[in-house]
Design a protein around this ligand. Structure first.
Ligand SMILES: [Zn+2]
Length: 606
């Protein structure tokens, strides 16, 4: 039920959206408080080398030919006995502890958002593939990591399989690699809620569980599925042959498209015969912390409660994603591509008749709202994707008549999120191969490139070498970090620039362990991953570790749950985090953050 909130640097009206969302997410707290204590669950399964959290590395690794920096952090007084900063560091081979490289630690810098003093240990000029750790005399050693050519391929594999693990309406089994990580088919009985304008059964099997809860939400499905399909469009050559070991593997369609289709098919089922799309399919309230097959609350198709019952943002999101699907599935399944395009056209037409039907949770419904008071950005995205797919004048006319007020969203990276999709509309127009308006394309590219350059400059001076501003440590801040990476990689499409790619990777390093906690924020990835996600299948099981490949929401200075509220008042913003199941506001998983993380990983594949 987490919410991606890439809004901190936005206009006040968008900040207001943040406040609304945070309040909605707060509803989950009732359920978080009911959860049993987890009592060290999973500790037994964790490899525990003698590492110190004072040394931070990307626990997956570093491309052997790229920049390679570990960080050494300390509070006032210094990391070494006697209070002085570290001087020398060594790179050692994991297999035999042999020193393969020696370097000098940088002068320390003060990192404002953590309060840490941070030194860099740069071994970029070491170029031999293998498994290593960093050792600092008087401080200790780091977790092991890999230097290699294609070092993030397994991370991509796990993160994409994270989506498979969220599948609803079917039995899921992560296979022999993760024995016991399975469940029988869930949520098999759906029906229309009275707010949908219809009644009776409507099963709509399929889709992904959104987050730590079992709801399925059109708006968040839109940006998540769209982001995965974009990853395919931009990095398809690298992704094409990666087998995700899902039921469809080997069917002739690349697996990232097989997995995205699982959710897309559910999204298509949420469209009414008039072209409009219902907002979500969930129970009336969150279920207990239980396995998916044990949730027997009726799974309701929920609408706005009054005519026309469907909502504009949800409908426009289906139009956007359906239009992308029409492009990407065409070589593999022309019939499905045509069906998706037809759905997209009908959806867009519905939004023309119903340009701003806002969804708010009707009385008696307390699952996630994904409320958004303005659907004009969703409509812009839909028109742009439909134009890119069809080349038809009407979609171009709509885009050109409406895009300019949204250009300013590009000035505040990472810019896009579930409630602000204008950047996706702008970017896709500028990526279109059809006839486009030069003034519009130049403005989109120039503003994106300029903002990306600003992000690079800021990142270089940050103690933790990430792109985060203080205001970015919001609910889902790891999604913000991934969003910066995605922004930089899009900029790199317009103006290839090594700095954009390296800085995108710096945000990946942050997520994978180069952070104040020396924690990998992806389950079962790296030697020191977080262990207690707010995630029902993990939290209600007796498995030794959480379900694999899932990214935590991350530090949240908004302290929107009881666990965070109890942290000392002077806790720095980037440290307002708890690896606890009950901390839904800092430790939930969510498909939209996960999709941005996948995009970032896809950009790293070779
Ligand atoms: Zn389910």
């Amino acid at each position: 039920m987490a919410r991606s909130l890439f809004l901190a640097s936005f206009a006040p009206s968008l900040r207001h959206r943040f406040v609304i969302s945070a309040m909605i997410c707060g509803i989950l707290g009732v359920h978080g408080a009911m959860v049993k204590a987890e009592g060290g669950k999973g500790e037994a399964a964790k490899a525990v080398p003698k590492a110190t959290t004072a040394i931070k590395v990307d626990q997956v690794g570093y491309p052997v030919d790229g920049p390679k920096v570990a960080l050494i952090s300390f509070a006032a007084g210094g990391p070494v006995a006697g209070g002085s900063p570290a001087q020398a560091f060594e790179l050692r081979q994991t297999s035999n502890d042999a020193v393969v490289w020696k370097g000098k630690a940088s002068a320390s810098v003060s990192d404002g958002d953590t309060g840490d003093q941070v030194q860099a240990a740069d071994f970029s000029s070491f170029h031999k593939a293998g498994s290593y750790y960093v050792a600092v005399p008087g401080v200790g050693r780091s977790w092991n990591f890999t230097l290699g050519k294609n070092v993030f391929e397994r991370a991509y594999y796990l993160a994409m399989r994270g989506f498979y693990g969220q599948r609803c309406g079917t039995a899921v089994d992560m296979g022999p690699e993760f024995p016991g990580y399975s469940h029988p088919a869930c949520h098999l009985h759906g029906e229309f809620h009275a707010t949908s304008g219809k009644s009776g059964p409507r099963e709509n099997l399929g889709g992904w569980h959104d987050a730590g809860d079992y709801g399925r939400y059109m708006v968040n499905s839109g940006i998540s599925t769209g982001t995965l399909l974009w990853a395919w469009e931009i990095y398809g050559k690298r992704l094409k042959s990666i087998n995700l070991k899902i039921p469809e593997s080997g069917n002739g369609t690349p697996d990232i498209l097989n997995e995205a289709r699982w959710n897309l098919e559910w999204m298509l089922k949420m469209q009414d015969s008039d072209g409009g799309v219902w907002h979500k399919q969930t129970s009336e309230h969150f279920d207990a912390f239980e396995q998916p097959q044990d949730d027997h609350l009726p799974n309701e198709v929920i609408g706005t409660g009054t005519a026309p019952f469907k909502s504009t943002c949800a409908t426009a999101d289906l139009a956007s994603v359906g239009a992308i699907a029409a492009r990407v599935y065409k070589p593999y399944d022309a019939r499905f591509a045509a069906l998706a395009l037809e759905a997209a056209r009908r959806a867009f037409a519905w939004t023309e008749k119903n340009p701003n039907v806002i969804f708010r949770n009707p009385r008696g419904i307390s699952t996630g709202e994904y409320g958004d008071s303005n659907c004009s950005d969703e409509r812009l995205w839909a028109a742009a994707e439909l134009y890119r797919t069809t080349g038809e004048q009407a979609y171009s006319d709509y885009f050109l008549a409406n895009y300019s007020p949204f250009l300013s969203t590009l000035d505040s990276p990472p810019a896009e999120g579930w409630s602000q999709v204008a950047p996706l509309g702008l970017w896709t127009y500028a990526l279109s191969h059809g006839k486009t308006d030069k003034v519009a394309v130049d403005a989109i590219k120039q503003r994106t490139i300029a903002a990306a350059q600003g992000v690079v400059a800021r990142t270089r001076t940050a103690g933790y070498i990430n792109s985060m501003k203080t205001s970015d440590y919001v609910w889902g801040s790891n999604g913000v970090a991934a969003g910066y990476g995605m922004y930089l990689l899009i900029a790199n499409q317009y103006a290839p620039n090594r700095d954009f790619v390296d800085t995108a990777r710096d945000n990946l390093h942050y997520i994978l362990g180069r952070n104040t906690f020396s924690l990998s924020w992806v389950t079962q990835l790296g030697e020191n991953p977080f262990m207690h996600p707010h995630h029902r299948p993990s939290g209600s099981s007796h498995l030794p570790a959480p379900w694999p490949g899932l990214m935590s929401g991350g530090p949240n200075r908004g302290r929107n749950d009881a666990v965070l509220a109890k942290l000392p008042r002077d806790t720095p913003p980037a440290k307002v985090y708890a690896d606890e199941l009950a901390s839904y506001a800092s430790n939930e998983i969510c498909i939209n953050w996960q999709a941005a993380f996948v995009f970032l990983l896809a950009g790293e594949l070779r």
